[in-house]
Design a protein. Sequence first.
Length: 198
Amino acid sequence: MRLNHFNETLWCKGVRCGSVDELEVLISREQIAGRVAELGKQITADSAGETVIFVGVLKGAAVFLSDLVREVKLDATFDFIGVASYGNAAQHGNIWDSTGEVRLTKDVDRSLRDKNVILVEDILDTGLTLTFIKRLLLGHQPRSFRVAVLLDKPSRRKLAIQADYVGFTIPDKFVVGYGLDYAEQYRNLPDVCVVPGV
Ligand code: IMP
Ligand code: MG
């Protein structure tokens, strides 16, 4: 399946490699909607009778979180944290190689102490970022802590960390869309697409 939203030049490592309508759809918007509804049902059942706070990791998880929370029939609210990795493509060879050394750029607005927290992330890759965030949020002493990720790339894991809720397990490919970016581009694509050559 090919995208046909807008015709924009696509750059891979500074080299023109096509246009956005050459991106290949890996997971369609219909598949995403179906799976997010299932995850919402599962979370609703698992947390019956509880008040839950969803904590999204900016910016990649914003789209997933906004769809997911509307599929959850619970007394719930949400907040966001922002993180920035110290790693960059020039130092680490590849845009998706994170060092795991993460800096908090935005903290939660309200205390998480004694709350049932569900952290919402776009993708679990090496696990370095999530391990850092988990350690940080556990410092707030929540009553319970669970993790929901839209995508899981287990083949790249460096640290043994798992999500409690996984939308889709995907192969070792660089993906964009539905919140995920390549150098801040393509977050608004409705489907999850593979960027060729990255
Ligand atoms: P980790 O520390 O390697 O698990 O990195 C997780 C973070 O890397 C995610 O929150 C994303 O920001 C980014 N990332 C990893 N893989 C991809 C991808 O395929 N597309 C876009 N971003 C990715
Ligand atoms: Mg991210």
